[in-house]
Design a protein around this ligand. Sequence first.
Ligand code: SAH
Ligand code: SF4
Ligand code: F3S
Length: 435
Amino acid sequence: MNKAKKLFIKTYGCQMNVYDSERMAEALGGQGYETTDRADQADMILLNTCHIREKAAEKVYSELGRLKPLKADNPNLKIGVAGCVAQAEGEEIMRRAPVVDLVVGPQSYHRLPQMEDAVRQGQRALDTDFPEEDKFEQLRARPKMARAPSAFLTVQEGCDKFCAFCVVPYTRGAEVSRPADRVLDEARDLVERGVREITLLGQNVNAYHGHEGGLAGLIRDLDRIEGLARIRYTTSHPNDMDDALIAAHGECEKLMPYLHLPVQSGSDRVLKAMNRKHTAQEYLRVIDRVRAARPDIMLSGDFIVGFPGETDQDFEDTLALVEAVEYGQCYSFKYSTRPGTPAAERAQVADDVATDRLRRLQALLGAQQRKIQDSMVGRDVSVLFEKPGRLPGQMSGKSEYLHAVHVHAPMGKAGEMAQVRIVESVTNSLAGVLI
Ligand code: SAH
Ligand code: SF4
Ligand code: F3S
């Protein structure tokens, strides 16, 4: 038998890339590849890239520079670029980086096996099509190996919203939903392999329409899968939080009390300029309705500061919205100009102003996060054990609110769930004892 070839994948960007990396590794498994965590032992290196901000894209070229010497050591090594930078700048990568053998976009990676054959014959291969065929139907069946307790499952891809700052509609294409029966089959298969928690993924996951009942309908069907303990979904758009999905938060036992609902800004002027198609009040109203259905829900969001035209008053409105919501977790970014997006043409906010706003926003978000995390002390939560904790005899996992929890649980195994009383809040996690 031939010795297995080694595949090293480095994943950047969002959870959808994490899922895609798994599927690409499986696709190349059919070509005789096993994954390795050592780039210097690989026969194929794939960078699964992110194009969302300028820095993310630049990282790809510097990483390619670092990988170059490996080719001198191993003439059989092939280097590929996948993901959103591949989609956006495929030809440019081929030109700028002769070290690259293969470029594949997020919608065409089911063609990796043929592309791998071509590069093994000494060709360079580029495929950034948005093919007619459904890549998930073309990919080989997922292998049956055991899995970690928590898994991602992509159910929706692409975006039709065209926020003025964002590259995703261009790199991922139009919104497409996978049929519910396929998603449910994949979920059952994951559960058979040891998965207890599934996070449904989509760039606009709550616009999912592969089930007649939308995302809520899919969640209700997943809720009935025996052995599955937890359901999450991300990322949502405020305008797609419909009544059925909000009701599911109150009624589906397995749907976890956590919602990532990005708003980007608290200023109606900026929201309009961003083409978000909702106001700050409308966003707050959605949050009120979700909280009415599930009072203990933990909220998380994304913010951009320094969007073109953002004034001091606009920024104050963002701070006011944050005060009103009280987030358990948040991601905040300085606006980054993305060529080809509408906002790139507009007058930019001075960098030092944006930097200062980011600092102030992060201080407020950090304080909120801290306060909510500290308020967990004394409360009972459920923890899904994922791996051994920091100290001997400890297990660590996530609470229903997605806090990392270290638990003294000498008999605990990954995949088990336990009721835990929180006794301490430390920097980035909680500590608890079994009850
Ligand atoms: N589909 C998701 C998010 C996609 S990108 C949604 O609609 O919320 C993840 C986050 O990156 C965004 O929510 C936004 O906060 C940030 N982001 C996107 N484009 C950006 C840009 N040009 N500059 C800075 N941050 C950006
Ligand atoms: Fe980007 Fe807006 Fe689509 Fe989210 S909804 S992926 S921010 S265009
Ligand atoms: Fe980045 Fe593409 Fe995800 S740009 S955030 S990897 S959809």
